[in-house]
Design a protein around this ligand. Sequence first.
Ligand code: SF4
Length: 259
Amino acid sequence: MSTVIYPSPIFGPVHSRRLGVSLGINLLPSDGKVCTFDCIYCECGFNHNHIPTRPLPSRKEVAKSLEERLRDMKQNGPAPDVLTFAGNGEPTIHPHFAEIIDDTICLRDRYFPKARISVLSNATQIHRNDVHDALMRVDNNILKLDTIAPEYIKRIDRPTGNYSVENTIERMKAFNGHLIIQTIFMKGTTEDGIDTDNTGNEYVIPWLKVVKEIAPESVMIYTIDRETPTHGLTKASPEELDNIRDRVIAAGIPCTASY
Ligand code: SF4
């Protein structure tokens, strides 16, 4: 098994399949993972195998490290296409997430005004007004919705606390279109023999119906790219992803597929 724990609070830049030259901002500890999901496909590994000993980076540390890195990129390149909140878990659980977004917007405007700010989130905190309002201020508010089937979410995304997909969908609608839905499609089975295939119509049709109701600005679908902590998971094929992508586009919503 070879999962990835990212440096904190800044990592990269990395070339992202979906986002271009991306400078990572990791609001989680540098020596472990903190997430409100424990996805069986998480490239950081399972939560219990990566319990951190270090604290979350402070707002001040994030701003200082980000400014140093942006200043260096201004002098030596490359110019970032995007500043991406991602890393070892769920960024919106940071208690100063909203203020850090404001700091990041200021620094972006000063050093690379054309760069976009993206947040990759599992959407578990969007019921909080401070998180909702902060996400309204970023360019790419990318929220996970792997399926709308509660049983699948329980088995695959594995929320660590109370989670209601119905409430999450309602809160997604409250962004009034200022969101990008991100969904992984995959196949295979877990080590316990549980089927993880969500590419069939029994998953895609109800998911697509809800996506239309949420009316996001776009949808990103993807599949497993790196090694996962669960063995037995396999990629959805390009044909399957293209088929789902085309159905989203036919519904009038821009959609990209990454293989
Ligand atoms: S939401 Fe993201 S960081 Fe959290 S467990 Fe799932 S894949 Fe990993």
